[in-house]
Design a protein around this ligand. Structure first.
Ligand SMILES: [Zn+2]
Length: 208
């Protein structure tokens, strides 16, 4: 039986004692179910306190060398999302807008302000779920109401990180739902065609 050590309580438990996650090696969360539930409940009671705790935890890990700096660890979700995604996003936005201001990392709500328009950057590579026929990309909009536009970057896969699609979604498309799932089928892509700007910024992507 496969087991996993909980990063919170330190107990070694069977794999199914932790929730599924696409981001870890075993596709399971690093915390056991019990610890994750506690974390989640605390978060909603006091998000600022939890954020502060996470910040200090990660800072300590950087110091101890347990965690690579952002931009060198290609397996980390931060690499795909914040580091790589926002770097290309900045280039695209500078092409589309005159005044592009990048917000500090982890700024709440949006990542850029461009000509007074708030822009939240979302990235996803293609992934697959047994319940769906097609592969799809998930843009985690997280019901974000504090942005005007979602700039969504769709990669082919996590390894090559070739950009296949770029969409500009109005906030109304994402601010009431946790995520926008874009299936990789002709019919589905056609549905989102009017938001797609891939052709328009083709030249910028090619230079990557
Ligand atoms: Zn635990």
């Amino acid at each position: 039986m496969e087991t996993k050590k909980c990063s919170e309580c330190g107990e070694v438990k069977p794999l199914n004692e932790s929730y599924k996650s696409p981001y870890t090696k075993e596709h399971r969360r690093n915390q056991c179910k019990e610890c994750w539930k506690k974390y989640y409940q605390n978060y909603f009671k006091n998000p600022e306190k939890v954020k502060r705790k996470n910040y200090l935890y990660n800072k300590r890990r950087y110091k101890n060398g347990e965690r690579n700096p952002l931009g060198t660890n290609t397996k980390c979700t931060c690499y795909l999302g914040i580091y790589k995604g926002e770097a290309i996003a900045e280039k695209i936005l500078k092409y589309l807008y005159n005044n592009v201001k990048r917000m500090p990392t982890c700024y709440s709500g949006y990542d850029f302000i461009c000509d007074n328009i708030k822009i939240d950057v979302k990235t996803s590579s293609l992934h697959f779920k047994k319940t769906y026929v097609n592969k799809f990309r998930t843009m985690n909009t997280c019901k974000n109401n504090n942005t005007d536009i979602f700039l969504c970057i769709g990669y082919d896969n996590r390894k090559d990180l070739n950009i296949k699609h770029i969409w500009l979604f109005p906030k109304e498309l994402g601010n009431y739902r946790q995520s926008i799932n874009i299936h990789d089928s002709e019919k589905y892509l056609q549905k989102f065609k009017r938001y797609e700007i891939t052709e328009k910024v083709k030249y910028i992507i090619k230079k990557e």
